[in-house]
Ligand binder design. Structure first.
Ligand code: HEM
Ligand SMILES: *[C@@H]1O[C@H](CO)[C@@H](O)[C@H](O)[C@H]1NC(C)=O
Ligand SMILES: *[C@@H]1O[C@H](CO)[C@@H](O)[C@H](O)[C@H]1NC(C)=O
Ligand SMILES: *[C@@H]1O[C@H](CO)[C@@H](O)[C@H](O)[C@H]1NC(C)=O
Ligand SMILES: *[C@@H]1O[C@H](CO)[C@@H](O)[C@H](O)[C@H]1NC(C)=O
Length: 494
């Protein structure tokens, strides 16, 4: 039997309709807000402006059972039950995909151009080589943090107002660059500006493309996208370093005296095929910057606002740091002992953090959880801050900011590493959990703890108005610390 084109078309339409209704019948998750095709756009607008309130409402209204919310692109399913979270983190990548969720949210295919993630070979390098080398690299991290703070925030006897976010971004970019490409490039101002601006460029491009129909995306992208130029410029700045290293690798093979020990070198050694090209290496570094710099800066700035609004927290932190440094000096092991510093940063990430959806996954194939909850292909599924960080089952007084929450538990139970910032668990999700958990979190924790420890032994800080944390900027699920507010710094007194 052969099918003529009209029969085939009707057949496909019938099949499509049948599948649509089948899915509709399978739909068993209640929606927050209207579900009708056009009205759901109203819900999507609310999602952009009031995501946090909606999540709280959904959590209360449906009593922790799954629910869904409209966004401009898809239905966003929210699961809360620990059993479902466990399934979410274990689901195979070809069913619930982390990479596709990020790609779609940021239109990475366009917005990041050739730097879009296909081959993720940098992930195991960050997770393993970088993490294992942290003790060894610590001297450089500490030196760069001291030097960056000294350059960005003058140590004066009178109060000086400093724009918090922009300044912290510089310190973080420089510290990361020290580990990514080493001296002297990590102090090249243009290189740093690029690594900071790149993330914003990609996000802005993605947001604009996100509201356009597919047919317009490539055209508009060509007009507004700066990523190609950014990659070219990064390549210019890197090329002599790459050439030099490549000729050493040809001459000496795997090892030579003073061989650099940084991310660029590890990438050069691991890259295969087209990834070996200098321009691809430049794009890869920008991709790591994208994952590393804004996340760490936003997280630290939240903590800085807390510290400056409630300067009484400085003293216990300072005492802890000075006690440990007096005994052991600055090292990764010393940092390990700084439980209050760790707890303060960890509590900031629990209490506020930089986002309110965790474990966001794109549904690539219809997926049914063990309790029957059905999420259709094309939607996204995640859990929320409310379902985990704000729950009484997991935290006493979850709505109260308790800076020593985690160090107290550690002191009581003497479970050294279990409650530290970099450890992930089902109750603590700022770094995700499971196979896609942030591979850079050990580096991030080291960097942020060293920044906090150095800050409290060097400066006093306060806000213009006591106890006033400047308003956050909420945009969809992102919760950014205020990007313009200033913090007052001066040389520490006692
Ligand atoms: C406080 C700072 C940071 C936060 C809050 C953070 C958070 C996250 C989160 C939530 C994920 C996704 C996990 C999931 O959904 O399961 C992630 C992935 C990732 N992070 Fe981080 N991150 C931070 C710093 C860094 C740094 C410093 C680096 C690089 C050195 C980095 C590199 C990455 C990479 C490469 C991925 C993708 C992992 C994959 O594809 O499997 N992050 N991060
Ligand atoms: C540190 O990095 C080098 C590559 O430069 C690697 O060979 C070594 O295994 C790393 N150290 C550890 C402890 O993983
Ligand atoms: C980075 O962005 C800032 C602010 O938008 C701009 O003034 C600066 O020229 C940019 N720098 C580079 C190197 O792109
Ligand atoms: C992290 O925490 C989990 C439980 O929450 C624990 O089983 C695990 O051993 C901890 N990891 C480390 C390195 O302490
Ligand atoms: C950031 O803080 C400043 C000063 O505290 C305030 O004027 C501004 O409105 C805040 N920005 C946002 C987006 O809330």
């Amino acid at each position: 039997m052969s099918l003529d084109p009209p029969t085939l078309t009707y057949g496909l339409i019938l099949l499509g309709t049948a599948l649509y209704f089948l899915n509709w019948l399978k739909e068993n998750v209640p929606a927050l807000g209207p579900t009708a095709p056009l009205l759901s756009y109203w819900g999507a607008c609310k999602f952009m402006t009031n995501c946090q309130e909606m999540l709280a409402e959904g959590h209360t209204k449906f009593g922790g059972r799954p629910f869904r919310m409209a966004t401009f692109r898809h239905w966003q399913y929210i699961v809360s039950d620990p059993k479902l979270l466990d399934e979410l983190r274990r689901a195979p990548d070809d069913e619930l995909s982390f990479v596709e969720a990020v790609s779609e949210a940021l239109e990475l295919e366009y917005a990041m151009g050739v730097a879009a993630p296909k081959d993720m070979y940098h992930v195991p390098i960050i997770r393993t080589t970088l993490t294992r080398n942290l003790s060894h690299l610590y001297g450089g991290i500490y030196e760069e943090i001291c030097s960056a703070f000294a350059d960005c925030i003058p140590v004066k006897d009178e109060w000086t107002a400093v724009p918090a976010m922009a300044t912290i971004m510089q310190v973080v970019a420089r510290t990361s660059a020290r580990i990514f490409v080493g001296l002297p490039l990590c102090r090249n101002q243009e290189f740093l500006d690029i690594s900071v601006n790149h993330t914003t460029d990609v996000v802005k491009t993605g947001l604009i493309l996100g509201v356009l129909p597919a047919s317009l995306k490539p055209i508009v992208n060509r007009l507004i996208n700066r990523v190609d130029r950014t990659i070219d410029r990064t390549y210019d700045l890197l090329s002599s370093t790459i050439d030099e290293r490549r000729s050493m690798m040809e001459q000496y093979g795997d090892d030579w005296p003073d061989k650099p020990n940084d991310l660029l070198q590890w990438l050069m050694e691991a890259a295969e095929g087209a990834e070996r090209e200098p321009r691809a290496l430049a794009a890869r570094l920008l991709m790591v910057d994208f994952a590393a710099i804004h996340t760490s800066s936003m997280s630290f700035t939240h903590a800085l606002y807390h510290l400056a609004a409630y300067p009484e927290y400085i003293k216990p932190l300072r005492e802890e740091v000075e006690g440990i440094i007096a005994e052991d000096g600055w090292s990764k092991d010393s940092l390990q002992k700084m439980r209050k510093v760790d707890s303060f940063l960890k509590e900031c990430q629990r209490y506020e953090g930089i986002g309110s959806l965790f474990l966001e996954r794109k549904v690539l194939k219809d997926y049914t959880f063990s309790d029957g909850t059905f999420v259709p292909k094309g939607s996204c599924v995640s859990t929320s801050k409310m379902a985990t960080h704000d729950q009484r089952e997991y935290y006493d007084d979850p709505c109260v900011f308790k800076p020593w929450r985690f160090s107290d538990v550690r002191d009581e139970t003497d479970e050294g590493t279990k409650h530290q910032m970099a450890n992930t668990s089902m109750e603590y999700l700022p770094f995700g959990v499971g196979k896609h958990a942030c591979p850079g979190r050990f580096f991030a924790a080291n960097e942020l703890k060293t920044m906090m420890a150095h800050l409290v032994v060097t400066y006093d800080v306060r806000m213009e108005k006591p106890e006033e944390i400047p308003r956050m900027l909420c945009f969809g699920p992102t919760t950014s610390p205020n990007r313009t507010a200033k913090v007052l710094f001066k040389k520490r007194k006692d």
